[in-house]
Design a protein around this ligand. Structure first.
Ligand SMILES: Cc1ncc(COP(=O)(O)O)c(C=O)c1O
Length: 398
């Protein structure tokens, strides 16, 4: 039995089978590379679903976690810890005037946003939340309901009420769903799991206008798009508007679990003691990791690099269209890029993994390519070469 098989055997016996997993046991990571238990090296162009967004084991993050773990690991939220306020101020400094609530994941951040929107609208009878078809907001009951894709909801009913679905990038569709009970409109500015669907300028600015006119909260789920991924620190900054509420997770902790909800103006003070909480939220280890992540992004000029390297990646991926007729479209912003295919992408992803490149396929036909912000052009060349080789294996190059 190989080391890999030994590890997997325990999973079969004792771990719930709720994930489909690539048969690779990852034991070490450094920057854009990860290594499996057999010693094989991979280029990681989908690092932990964008969690390790500044690369694996960034030295600043590793140092911060080690230092903090030696002092105090957990401080509950009925006391103060030294770092939570610093991190909140850092997030606000990079986004919009407001306040931050900390939790541990994207779903929790969205759950908090949903609760805040409902509490804000409570006195005026507003509780409906409009979300977008093809969205993804997490796996709690409320967030699978916000996630307007039946496959995530099937068998888990009855689902919480008050979620209304509209078409992404269709302002009229959203407008037709607004009622006097609408508390919020919630969306990812670029839908990740939904296929890297980029919100159009007209759609995003139009939503802001609707929300202003009708006194509706605009919630951006930036769990995947945040922290420099799209070539701005937060994706909303591409559009010259700001949401009222923004949720973050994934890269926020540089690999360490942390989630956050940012709220602006008066709504930032709606949640008073006793109304919402998280035992682990904003603990010292998570805050130390996140502060180090911000430092790495700032000092490394990683937002600007994501924009530049993203353009390079986009151009390189676009060249695949010339050789492979089943490559329909390359789209995305910054280092959040996707290759839409006319065929299923699973075999290509599998071939890439065999040849030392980790990417993802979503919605059956969309390859998601999201390397760390620290990626170099040489890594991109190598990765696109592996993708091209994998494509040769599944289709006929023209
Ligand atoms: C846009 C978006 N929101 C929310 C989530 C849920 O985050 P988590 O898995 O940390 O709960 C995800 C996860 O992929 C996501 O991509």
């Amino acid at each position: 039995m190989t080391h890999t098989e030994e590890v997997i055997r325990l999973y079969y016996e004792f771990v719930m089978p709720n994930y489909s997993r690539v048969p690779v046991v990852l034991v070490r990571g450094k920057g854009v590379n990860v290594y499996d238990i057999e010693g094989k090296e991979f280029l990681d162009f989908f690092p932990g679903w964008a969690v390790s967004g500044i690369g694996h084991c960034h030295p600043k993050v590793v140092r911060a976690i080690k230092d903090q773990a030696g002092r105090i690991i957990h401080v509950s939220n009925n006391y103060y810890n030294e770092l939570q306020g610093k991190l909140a101020s850092k997030i606000i400094g990079h986004s919009f005037a407001g306040k931050v609530f900390f939790c541990n994941s994207g779903a929790e951040a969205n759950e908090a946003a949903i609760k805040l929107a409902r509490k804000s609208g409570y006195a005026s009878g507003k509780y409906e939340i409009i979300t977008m078809e093809g969205s993804f907001h997490g796996r709690t009951l409320a967030t699978i309901t916000a996630t307007a894709q039946p496959k995530y909801q099937e068998g888990f009913g009855p689902l919480p009420g008050g979620f209304i679905y509209a078409k992404f990038n269709d302002l009229q569709s959203v407008l037709s769903k607004v009622t006097d009970k609408t508390a919020a409109i919630m969306l990812e500015p670029i839908q990740g799991e939904g296929g890297v669907n980029v919100g159009s300028e007209g759609f995003i600015t139009g939503l802001r206008k609707i929300c202003d006119e009708k006194k509706i909260l605009l919630i951006f789920d930036e769990v995947q798009t945040g922290m420099g991924r799209t070539g701005k620190m937060f994706c909303y900054q591409h559009y010259g508007i700001a949401p009222d509420i923004m949720t973050l997770a994934k890269t926020l902790g540089g690999g360490f679990p942390i989630g956050a909800m940012v709220a602006s103006g008066a709504i930032a003070d709606v949640l008073q003691p006793g109304m919402h909480a998280s035992t682990f939220g904003g603990g010292p280890l998570a805050c130390a990791a996140s502060l180090a992540t911000f430092e790495a992004i700032e000092e490394g000029g990683l937002v600007e690099k994501a924009e530049r390297r993203g353009r390079y990646l986009h151009n390189r991926l676009s060249l695949l269209k010339k050789d492979f007729p089943f490559v329909k479209l390359v789209r995305g912003k910054g280092l959040m890029q996707a290759v839409e295919l006319d065929i299923e992408g699973k075999a290509i992803v599998g071939k890439c993994a065999e040849n030392g490149l980790l990417i993802n396929c979503t919605q059956e036909r969309v390859l998601r390519v999201m390397p760390p912000l620290t990626v170099k052009n040489a890594d991109i060349n190598k990765a696109v070469g592996i993708i091209a080789e994998a494509m040769k294996g599944v289709g006929v190059a023209s």
